[in-house]
Write a protein of this length. Structure first.
Lengths: 339, 339
DNA sequence: GACTGGCACTCTATACTTGAGAGTGCCAGA
DNA sequence: TCTGGCACTCTCAAGTATAGAGTGCCAGTC
């Protein structure tokens, strides 16, 4: 495609993101050094429109980019804008003195929201290679037992279940047996062992050991990556003018965590360090057709890995947002690996 | 105050909540069996306005209630509206098959949001009488140790800290010592014991045992009640017309959990089973001056106790909302006590 | 052949006007 | 103490006029 036409598209996207009003040919030649007349730009605009990169709200208005226009802009025209010194410093300072995984995720989400001024989403890191480190069983009294599973990643799960009339001794022997059977194994292998044990249990064992095994299987099957933390929701306030198309659908999507996880999962594959951008319709979820997602994986697939990103209206500042998401993903990823 | 004037105020609040338009004298006598003429109602309205219960958007518009008017309505005029059969059934069904405290809180918040059609807030239950049940120490390798504190309520906390060059044997002896010193004690007493031990530790012990004690003190000091879960945010979509006064401030308040906790804490005192209502300015937080909070404590102060509630615009359906908050608080409270 | 200036045309956004309607306040009378 | 009536006020919706921004196209120039 013509070099100048690309420059025109770039200029329109940039101006439109800043002003949120249709961009006319005259305003464009004034604000950018295009070295040709407005009439020439008009020809280029008409041609870009014919190819589907721009539209018209009505006959005599300026142009606005289409999703296809944004896509071309992101793929070929946007130079990733480096973060400011203040932003870099903010990233480093934000992680000082973290203690546990909850803390890391919640700080990351706040950081991302603050830098991008958008709604930020951070998935809890998962680890395919996580192993069972320890299983603890504690009597809660009244025939209830608390089971605690600790993974090698430091992730801790807990659940209580019924085990009528158990003694401390019985609990101790169960604890020893289950630890011997699972500790050091990967989560997948431990699940296998327990399923086999559950199938082999005879009927009168089922009531007692079966309850324990079922609870443990539930806990190990729970995917920590099914949890996400969300922040910066008040940033949606800026887009009140597009309430129906942006604010409302985003609020609903955030409440429906299933949709959210699906969007993250489809866009970013483990190990892929690139920033993924889904513009408007591309995300395949109709209510979000006028919003974009900018996402990236963070961490490493061997140890702990997950997805983080940002949601906002399609008319967002892609260069800055992409740079911010990339920087945060890199930094937090390195941080996770160092411990 | 005149019986009829109270009836007029009740009618105006009811109609205003339903229509969200100023209520005129003529419409009022038509919709309610007041048995007097519109002119008489006008006199009552003028008098109610003089006393501060109503206002005027402008000279020739109908009346709308003031915060003071809502307050009188809630205190003296609203008959708590019983829940529908469907709603009662929903409450019972919502709690089937819960397994842990996270699950209870998240179900409660969804339930409350669904019944009230407002934004729901549920604080994690705290227990003043919680005791230390068990403390577990696990080596994470590379000089790091994971400490896990289990309380008698079943609440589990975890944190990792540095303990360079530790052996399994050292960890085991630390574990035995710390369990012997704290298990069975209330959290307050355990904190006391550890602070004393920390003060008595000589300088070369500080590096090793001190790190452990500091981590444990941190974990025990952490108030589980400082966590809240929020749901039903998309319900704010209905109030888009009042974006600046309602939607935006509520979103910001929800993000600032500190403010949220303060509001909950000020309105509801442990053991108080009554539903507390804070209308407009009463909540003392300027941005929320046109929203109301309807809150209640749940659980029992002896075992586990916390606050739950609902935020919405001052023009909310108080009878239904109060009834719903009360019913959910009662049900979940009973549920908590049974196990 | 690519670019430019000029011009007629289109459409929006804004301000202004107008009339209907709803509601009030007040007064005189029951 | 209540009521019907009436003048007055203010909003809201619809209609109208106008300025301004922008386009599309064409004839002319380099």
């Amino acid at each position: 495609m013509d070099e100048r036409k690309l420059a025109v598209l770039r200029a329109i996207v940039t101006d439109y993101v800043a002003s949120h009003g249709p961009i006319g040919s005259k305003a464009l030649v004034e604000r950018h050094r295009l070295e040709v007349s407005a009439a020439t730009i008009r020809n280029d605009m008409a041609s870009l429109e014919e190819e589907g990169y721009l539209t018209h709200p009505h006959t005599s208005a300026g142009r606005i980019p289409t999703d296809k226009g944004y896509r071309l802009f992101v793929d070929r025209l946007a130079s990733v804008k480096p973060l400011s010194v203040a932003e870099r410093r903010a990233i480093v300072r934000f992680m000082e003195g973290v203690c546990d995984i909850d803390d890391i995720v919640s700080r990351t989400v706040r950081l991302l929201a603050q830098i991008t001024h958008q709604v930020a989403i951070v998935q809890y890191p998962v680890s395919v290679s996580a192993r069972v480190r320890h299983i603890e069983l504690l009597s809660l009294g009244a025939g209830r037992v608390l089971a605690i599973v600790i993974r090698s990643t430091g992730a801790v799960e807990q659940r209580s279940f019924e085990l009528p009339d158990h003694s401390e001794a019985e609990l101790a022997s169960l604890r020893d047996w289950v630890n011997a059977a699972t500790v050091g194994k990967t989560v997948t292998d431990a699940l296998e062992v327990m399923s086999v044990a559950l199938n082999e249990a005879v009927s009168d064992e089922l009531l007692r050991v079966g309850r324990l095994l079922t609870a443990l299987i539930d806990m190990l099957s729970a995917d920590p990556g099914a949890r996400v933390m969300v922040g910066g929701v008040p940033n949606l306030a800026r887009f009140n003018a597009e309430y129906e198309t942006t604010v409302k659908p985003v609020l609903e999507m955030l409440e429906e965590q299933v949709v959210l996880l699906k969007l993250l999962g489809e866009a970013v594959k483990p190990g892929d360090g690139e920033v993924a951008v889904r513009i408007g319709d591309e995300n395949g979820y109709v209510p979000l057709r006028s919003t974009s997602l900018v996402m990236s994986g963070y961490g490493s697939p061997e140890s702990a890995w997950a997805t983080l990103g940002v949601v906002g209206p399609t008319r967002m500042d892609y260069p800055s947002t992409i740079a911010a998401v990339q920087a945060v993903a890199n930094y937090v990823g390195r941080f996770l690996q160092e411990g």
